[in-house]
Design a protein around this ligand. Structure first.
Ligand SMILES: *[C@@H]1O[C@H](CO)[C@@H](O)[C@H](O)[C@H]1NC(C)=O
Ligand SMILES: *[C@@H]1O[C@H](CO)[C@@H](O)[C@H](O)[C@H]1NC(C)=O
Length: 377
């Protein structure tokens, strides 16, 4: 009989993964097939227990939201452990990454802090980091995040403290990043820092093209050129199927009502940034109820209005299998329901999972009824 002795003090090999901190071994990354992270807004009123740096985490395997033990800016937190892998070593010829954000970090100071700046490209934010085995795709809502690699360390921008923000991190095997690269091409991201070394470019040419800004190069990607939107199933390293919805400027319609709801065969409650012009009201036409959320309380922490939440997520009002219509879905992404963003690239990543559904569904308290007025969601 062979016995394999594993020395737990050995560092985990640097395979780029969604990660949280090891509970017992302080410098060990705990690999995660996926997590959801809800950065809570700063609490108003007199108590203000929550100062805008608290986050809730939903790991695979956990029963519901758990409060982060450190602040969102801490390198030992889930974001720090995950995105921090980008800064932890020298420029490495075996690692590819793409940082994209319609509001890049360089605009944090001096630049106008307003949703809708950089309006030509996609309204889309995320981080891709991978090696020759696997990597993660983090989709989020935070302006000016994360810092460029040359900054040398992870931090969370102060401009992201006041409002709520959402993050979905999923670990995927290498092969999936070609498809992710194609989705990003549709999204027309503003890439502010990237590197796809030669050694990986042949495996993931679409990502290399995004990095080189050869967006929609007809020679390399004839099938992507004319596509204004595409949904694909992305299977994580954990074996879970996520659906990525990506749209470009040409789509020219509301992501949730015109596409995600009918595609999932589900009504949707949608949280998005409402402090901009041209907000789309709740819409119950075409057979699907897509309602704007008005107030939220994730993980029974505290109740806040959507005016304090910059997150973009959607949840089915009903559980899966409850009635004839589809349900049980949660989507986290980077597109709001407003007129301007009908003509911007961006998307959302959806999963049908009972625990994730419950965590988001119970967070949605009040919604706008179709035709106006506030109702229980
Ligand atoms: C995060 O930490 C950095 C130092 O690492 C600090 O400069 C910055 O102000 C902090 N941001 C917040 C939001 O606390
Ligand atoms: C694009 O979106 C429309 C809905 O607007 C949908 O019917 C169609 O299937 C989508 N195309 C792809 C390739 O997913």
């Amino acid at each position: 009989m062979l016995l394999f002795v594993v020395d737990v003090s050995d560092p985990v090999p640097a395979d780029y993964v969604c990660a949280t901190r090891g509970r017992r071994i302080s410098n060990q990354l705990l690999q995660r097939p996926r997590f959801y992270l809800y950065k809570l807004p700063k609490e108003g009123g007199r108590t203000h227990e929550f100062k805008g740096e608290t986050y809730l985490l939903l790991d695979k395997g956990s029963e519901g939201w758990t409060e982060g033990k450190v602040t969102v800016n801490d390198t030992k937190g889930a974001l720090g452990q995950t995105v921090g892998q980008l800064y932890s070593q020298e420029k490495n010829s075996e690692v590819a990454y793409i940082l994209y954000n319609d509001q890049p970090p360089s605009e944090e100071f001096g630049g106008r802090w307003a949703e809708g700046s950089g309006s030509r490209g996609g309204h889309t934010k995320g981080v891709v980091l991978l090696d020759k085995n696997q990597g993660f795709w983090l989709v989020h809502s935070t302006p000016h995040f994360p810092p460029e690699r040359q900054e040398g360390q992870f931090y969370y921008p102060s401009s992201g403290v006041n409002n709520g923000q959402n993050f979905i991190c999923v670990t995927y095997p290498l092969e999936r990043f070609q498809t992710i690269g194609e989705q990003l091409q549709i999204n027309q991201p503003n890439v502010y820092d990237c590197d796809v070394p030669e050694s990986l470019a042949s495996s993931v040419p679409a990502l290399a093209a995004v990095c080189n800004k050869n967006l929609l190069s007809s020679q390399t990607f004839p099938h992507v050129k004319t596509v204004s939107n595409r949904s694909v199933t992305l299977t994580s390293t954990g074996g879970t199927d996520f659906i990525s919805f990506a749209k470009g400027a040409k789509f020219d319609d509301d992501l949730y009502h015109s596409w995600v709801a009918p595609a999932l065969k589900s009504d949707l409650l949608v949280q998005f940034w409402v402090r901009s012009t041209g907000i789309l009201p709740s819409d119950c036409s075409l057979g699907w109820k897509v309602l704007d959320i008005k107030s939220i309380n994730p993980g029974q922490t505290f109740t806040f209005k959507t005016t304090e939440d910059h997150s973009k997520w959607a949840v089915s009002p009903r559980a899966a299998g409850d009635g004839s219509r589809g349900g049980g879905w949660v989507c986290v992404g980077d597109i709001n329901r407003n007129e301007a963003e009908e003509q911007r690239g961006g998307g959302t990543v959806c999963l049908q999972d009972p625990t994730v559904w419950k965590a988001y569904r119970t967070a949605a308290l009040e919604c706008e009824a179709c035709g106006g007025g506030t109702i229980q969601c």
